[in-house]
Ligand binder design. Structure first.
Ligand code: GDP
Ligand code: IMO
Ligand code: MG
Length: 430
């Protein structure tokens, strides 16, 4: 029996979905514990290419139970469309369970996100939904199951929401109680078959010794507490978030797997010490323009910013997640480089200090830091699709070992391509 949490070690898009899909072959439950439709998770298997937003990336493995947990936020119509699209692709969703405790992204949350965003959000209403949750004026999915409940909650808060909207320039909308009530009861009805007591189900699963995978969305540096605040999302992607977002205690998690890309990327605003200007050749090479896995957002299509691997930030991610092992993805994208740089320390322009460990990742602090690089020779040969450690070129092994040594965490998986089989298993996790 093992419960594993999969966490992005950087700014999201590390290839978590690929790793989740791979490990879900040996897990029976896959649980999304935070975030919402801001996530864009790509899984590539022989049958096709699939993109998930709210549905756990383990849904393609047959016979697994997939849970959208209490800590997530759900835009009901978006989820229904995601379910319908997957059904059209022949995916069975009978094993999908949704917690009634998950919060609902209401239409005004999306209006507010689009009109007031200051961090380059995905526009999916994530920040305003979690804001309403914290302000105790939000809606839980279970509220959509009862006319009396939904009506009385709307009566309490809708006027206030409409007043707030009227004060935001560019929004000229007023939501009518009867209309919101009708549409959201209908949406609730469509999701009713999936609603489930996920807390008890996980409790019983753990008791029976069943393997459970907790699938984090976003990444450590987008965490609302530990990320590059204020350029973060509004939830808790770090490993501890799996507990509060699923309804299990810390003794229920046995292994924390950090997923890191072999370089760094970021979408949206915020500090990025090792960023390479998007028009430089190195940036184009890292982005892999034109390839199926090119660095363009899965949810918004935005070009991702790219830069060299930052071990200072990665070490910080190791601390806040207590990573037991690492999955290093996209090693194949470095195949054609003559040299590869790794950020091993920072120089603080304000204080003149040099250090390789940081106490926090907040935006102002990072904006004062310049990266110090160590450059190693590239391997200049193909790793794409390799399946065993022994096949890797010597310099690729040296790069992977160097990161593992600096981070003081063993590498459990090396990913050499988007496909499930493009994987080198260094250590069995389940
Ligand atoms: P996630 O949000 O962390 O699940 O990552 P995304 O799905 O947003 O982005 C990762 C992209 O990289 C997707 O296009 C994946 O298919 C692709 N990918 C994952 N692992 C690898 C790998 O090892 N090599 C290559 N070339 N692509 C990969
Ligand atoms: P996955 O799960 C990369 C970024 C947005 C923005 C900030 C806040 O695919 O790794 P939000 O809409 O959450 O309020 O936006 O967070 N962001 C992501 N970046 N991958 C993601 O998810 C992201 N989800 C949000 O670009 O900078
Ligand atoms: Mg993504």
């Amino acid at each position: 029996m093992t419960s594993v949490v999969i966490v992005g070690g950087q700014w999201g898009d590390e290839g978590k979905a690929k790793i989740t899909d791979l490990l879900s072959l040996k897990a029976d439950y896959i649980v999304r514990y935070q975030g919402g439709a801001n996530a864009g998770h790509t899984v590539s298997i022989a049958e096709g290419l699939y993109k998930f937003h709210l549905i756990p990336s383990g849904i393609l493995s047959k016979g697994k139970t997939c849970i959208i947990g209490p800590g997530t936020v759900i835009e009901p119509q978006f989820l229904i469309t995601e379910i319908e699209n997957l059904q059209k692709q022949g995916i069975c969703l009978n094993a999908l369970r949704i917690s009634g405790l998950a919060h609902v992204t209401m239409p005004w949350n999306i209006d507010v996100d689009k009109a007031t965003d200051t961090v380059g959000s995905t526009g999916k209403g994530i920040g305003p939904t979690y804001t309403d949750k914290a302000k105790r004026i939000g809606f839980q999915l279970q509220d959509l199951m009862s006319k009396e409940c939904l009506e009385s909650k709307l009566k309490k808060v809708l006027t206030k929401h409409n007043q707030d909207l009227s004060r935001i320039p560019g929004i000229n909308k007023e939501y009518k109680l009867e209309e919101v009530l009708e549409t959201h009861l209908a949406l609730g009805n469509q999701l009713r078959p999936y609603l489930s007591d996920t807390i008890n189900e996980l409790y019983e699963a753990r008791k029976k010794g069943i393997n459970i995978l907790y699938e984090g969305a976003q990444g450590t540096l987008l965490d609302i507490t530990f990320g590059t605040y204020p350029f973060v999302t509004s939830s808790t992607p770090v490993a501890g978030g799996a507990c509060i977002g699923s309804g299990v205690g810390p003794t229920s998690i046995d292994y924390s797997l950090g997923v890191f890309k072999a370089f760094n990327t970021r979408v949206g605003e915020g500090p990025f010490p090792t960023e390479i200007s998007s028009d430089q050749e190195v940036a184009t090479m890292l982005r892999q323009d034109g390839k199926q896995w090119a660095e363009f957002g899965t949810t918004t299509g935005r070009m991702r910013r790219v830069g060299w691997f930052d071990t200072v930030l990665a070490k910080y991610a190791v601390r806040v997640n207590s990573f037991s092992g690492i999955a290093l993805t996209k090693i194949d994208t470095l195949d054609s480089f003559d040299e590869i740089s790794v950020c091993v320390a920072y120089h603080n322009r304000e204080t003149g200090e040099t250090f390789d460990n940081i106490p926090q990742a907040n935006a102002y602090f990072l904006s004062q830091c310049d990266p110090i690089y160590q450059t190693i020779p590239g391997w200049k040969s193909n790793t794409h699709g390799l399946k065993s450690w022994d096949e890797l070129p010597v310099q690729a092994k040296a790069y992977i070992n160097m990161l593992s040594t600096i981070l003081e965490v063993p590498v459990a998986i090396v990913s050499t391509g988007p496909g499930r089989e493009d994987s080198i298993i260094c250590k069995e996790i389940f």
